[in-house]
Design a protein around this ligand. Sequence first.
Ligand code: ATP
Length: 507
Amino acid sequence: MYMSSLFTAEERRFAEAVALINTTNPFLPERVEGERAALGAGFVAAGAEWNKLPPAEASHPNHLRLTERAAAVLEQVRARWPRDGRVAKAEATNYEELAGFWLYQTYALRFDAVIRTELSENGGAGGMRVEFYPAFKADVDRLLTLPGLALLDTQPAPHLFACAFQIRRAFHHIFRSLAGGSAPMARLRAAIWQSVFTHDLKRYRRVLHTSMGDFATLITGPSGTGKELVARAIALSRYLPFDPRRGGFTDDFSTAAFFPLNLSALSPTLIESELFGHRRGAFTGALADREGWMETCPAAGSVFLDEIGDVETGIQVKLLRVLQSRTFQRLGDTETRTFKGKIIAATNRDLAAEIRAGRFREDFYYRLCSDLIQTPSLRDQLDDSPDELPVLVGYVSTRLLGAGEGSAFARETVDWIGKNLGADYAWPGNFRELEQCMRNLLVRGSYRPAALGVGAGEDWNTLLAGGRLTAEEVLRRYTRQVHAQVGTVEETARRLDLDRRTVKARL
Ligand SMILES: Nc1ncnc2c1ncn2[C@@H]1O[C@H](COP(=O)(O)OP(=O)(O)OP(=O)(O)O)[C@@H](O)[C@H]1O
């Protein structure tokens, strides 16, 4: 018989609640409920909303309380630990979960400092020494070197360190680069988190951390809703192994890991050359051999294919090959090369319709969509939570003007929008339009919402009847009006019988 008195009933309840917290998506309300369950009467409600995080420099009082309690329980349980290691598996697992939680919380703020320094001073150049690894390793040895534990889920210290660092980076990139606290935005953050760690963090830590690059991610959503930000957040949150001998992470973790390419802006030859590289003489102007991004991108990096719905079928076939076998060739070359990174793609097109119309290959679509993320429109966010407007305006305002001046300008902006556009304004250009509106207000003191075809106080019909618009203005306004109605560049182009580039230019 195994001993079963390692934990008191109260300690076991606490450990089980912490185990749930460890695996709950931090961007879902369940996470805070887990904290409430673990702390009981000690839970601090203020500032514990699931869609808000404390500033980087501080931990929420609940986290501090949970960490303190975890330390105390770990201490007690270790004192009772049997020398022969005969411990019931469930109890050993509870102990490991508590230890994992304590380690993560204890080092979280130090990881945050590394992220800030690395991003601001080093531009993410990687290889930076992390001075506190020896302390982390000593804590891992102290907590997890117990008879009977090695048989369980216990993982080596460098891997635990790498996972904790990855979780902090994911927090940083997912939370801080995307503004907004509405339920649709919270769902988006939760979906990004899942895209990075899957829904099962334990399995991820055991095996999947090295193979997430094999899963392509497809981001869909209307124009201006932050699809590129989502792609960047996923790319910059990937697993980076820690090398204990060097005392640093093996790869870059900032800009160098993200290779974006807008497929609608380039000709097919240029796209191929940018992605796959070329051999000298492969086409006019190919003066020297060139490495493409598929080749440059390291294993921990991601190539972002923006506007994937616009790419012609010949390139779709080549990309399909990359997704299926990770192989490609430079233009004009026969040598087969290997892609090591991850593919992230985005589009605002309706790909199902594109497949029906024969413009998008079905086999390519199915390789792309193993992980699908949808970005919500600004209107959906405001419908869910009208109080979001001041929050988002405040975010943009601070970025434009800094904290002090920014808050005054934010108030003026919210007032102006209320009076001139109204609470129901559709925001057809989404977040990008909000940014544009605010820049206009800053420079000119007013904003003309082009998509409606009217400026504040002006009526499109009056302008037309009075013959006050140039032909180009009529076309531009009409294009924007149709775009506001149909939502995508492609559909607008179809309705107006124009090519996409002309529509884009008018928008
Ligand atoms: N949730 C958000 N938080 C902060 N900024 C945002 C958010 N959503 C969009 N933005 C900003 O709006 C602008 C457009 O974002 P982005 O280019 O990522 O959109 P997109 O969906 O990729 O658009 P498109 O389909 O036209 O390429 C950028 O300046 C971006 O920083």
